[in-house]
Design a protein around this ligand. Structure first.
Ligand code: AHR
Length: 499
């Protein structure tokens, strides 16, 4: 049985837990919005047509900041189409996902939905096919209190209070050839800098996100960030990171090590941003908005893509069903984001409902939790106070994609009364015995010890069996004066809460 020893020191503070780490993402894509969030004919729908069964699950998930309305979708989006009387809103073609957009849900409706879920809006502006003026107009419509053409239009449309959106993405994945209107780093950097400067002239306290690379595998990765930040450094607050992982060709060992790649990605972007900052003799630090991350079986999607010559409204797209192993990886990726809370101060699980999502719905039917729902929801509920860096002594294993990788990974958070420890066991076959030195924390008892695992690492939750994979109490956890011991099943994610 693999054994690992972990020492927790409450002085080893990385940074405060950032509530925005538990953000998510709603794109006008597939059935995320239509029959996901919004289905007026559904038995649980409220007066606005929002599914309240989904609202309940979003609240349970603990999602904080929600990025909207894309994604690739935003690069063809005219925000003006989606405001005002619904019967006047045009139907448009969405070239990014080859679908029809009815515009029945727009900024004002989405803001009402966010109030139900108690979450914050993060907006993206279209820099793919549009530019500075539409971005400024959207900002005026969304945030200006009253007394201007567009703020008064918002009021006339039934929203008297400004939305007061703080975080704004300057476009989406502008390095990707799939992006409508994609650009070189130099062209995008100049446009993003000018757009950011203009937006900050309207409101200097906005938090602006420049597009980083669409993934660390992009050929321009590194150079893209450097060039974009050379143009935008003084005007923006964040550079974005996007990363999607999947199990390739049955190589579960490498897949379970995905978090080590995310770790490298973050370190590289931080180093690049700081390099630009040093060159500029700037005391300012650029943080990371990890505003798309998840497991996504992209190969399968492209192979079995339902997109064809038909233009359909809200087709089933990117509806991945997640396994136990996927949930362990998602839990581990979230641990990695916490580990970098000094520089990753905002993140968005992509996406929220139906589209590569923790929550699934059936039109006219139930809403249910995917396997990946559980580690996210438990971490969001338990992580408070400061993130502390554990000292981990663990065996290593070999992976084809990521080299030697620790079998056990862990991160912890603590405030005055509560400590939470999050752990993964990446061993494919064996349970691991863990000893955790908790002396510096003065913990008296375990309030919760929960593990997500399944004898079949590829077991999924489905419409027919929505609770096949669910967290269970880990009955092996024991706390003495000095140490906590616990056994972690193979391919598992665990959370322990201590008082
Ligand atoms: O989240 C799905 C898509 O992935 C987003 O639209 C895009 O930004 C990324 O490529």
């Amino acid at each position: 049985m693999p054994r690992a020893h972990i020492t927790l020191d409450k002085q080893a503070v990385i940074a405060p837990v950032r509530r925005r780490t538990f953000g998510s993402f709603v794109e006008h894509l597939g059935r995320c919005v239509y029959t996901g969030l919004y289905e007026p004919e559904h038995p649980s729908a409220n007066d606005d047509g929002f599914r309240m069964d989904v609202v309940e699950l979003v609240r349970e998930l603990g999602a904080t900041t929600i990025r909207y309305p894309g994604g690739n979708f935003v690069s063809g989006f005219r925000w003006e189409d989606s405001i005002g009387p619904r019967d006047k809103r045009p139907v448009r073609r969405d070239l990014a996902w080859h679908a029809l957009e009815s515009n029945q849900i727009g900024l004002d409706e989405f803001a009402r939905w966010l109030k139900l879920t108690d979450s914050e809006m993060m907006l993206a502006v279209n820099l793919g096919t549009r530019g500075i003026l539409p971005a400024l107009d959207l900002l005026e419509y969304a945030n200006h209190p009253h007394g201007t053409a567009l703020s008064d239009l918002r009021i006339a449309n039934g929203t008297p209070q400004p939305h007061n959106v703080r975080m704004w993405c300057l476009g989406n994945e502008m390095d990707g050839p799939w992006q409508t209107g994609y650009m070189t780093a130099d062209d995008y950097g100049k446009l993003a800098a000018r757009t950011a400067a203009a937006m900050k002239a309207a409101d200097k306290d906005l938090e602006l996100v420049a597009c980083g690379s669409s993934g660390s595998g992009m050929p321009t990765f590194g150079d893209w960030e450097r060039t974009v930040l050379e143009h935008t450094y003084d005007h923006v607050d964040y550079i974005s990171c996007h990363a999607y992982y999947q199990e390739h060709d049955g190589d579960l060992g490498s897949f379970l090590a995905s978090a080590t790649d995310m770790d490298y990605f973050i370190d590289t972007v931080v180093a690049t941003a700081d390099h630009v900052g040093y060159k500029k003799r700037s005391s300012k630090k650029i943080n990371i908005s990890f505003d798309e991350w998840n497991v996504w079986y992209q190969k399968e999607h492209h192979a079995s893509d339902e997109v064809n010559d038909e233009w359909r409204h809200a087709p089933r797209q990117l509806e991945d069903l997640y396994t136990t192993a996927d949930a362990v990886v998602v839990g581990n990726l979230l641990m990695t984001l916490l580990k970098h809370s000094d520089r990753v101060t905002s993140a968005s699980l992509a996406q929220l409902v139906n589209v590569i999502a923790p929550i699934m719905t059936e039109p006219g039917g139930p809403a249910w939790r995917q396997t990946t729902f559980h580690p996210f929801s438990i971490t969001s509920r338990l992580a408070h106070g400061n993130v502390i860096r554990p000292h981990i002594q663990t065996p290593l294993y070999d992976t084809a994609r990521h080299g030697e990788t620790p079998v056990i990974d862990a991160i912890a958070t603590t405030d005055d009364d509560h400590t939470a420890i999050f752990l993964v066991n990446r061993d494919l076959h064996e349970a691991a015995h863990i000893t955790i030195d908790t002396r510096s924390l003065n913990t008296t008892h375990i309030t919760e010890a929960t593990t997500l695992s399944h004898p079949d690492t590829h077991a999924k939750n489905t419409l027919e069996q929505p609770n096949r994979v669910a967290p269970t109490r880990n009955t092996t956890a024991r706390l003495s004066n000095t140490a906590l011991t616990i056994t972690l099943p193979p391919v598992s994610w665990t959370a322990i809460a201590l008082h």
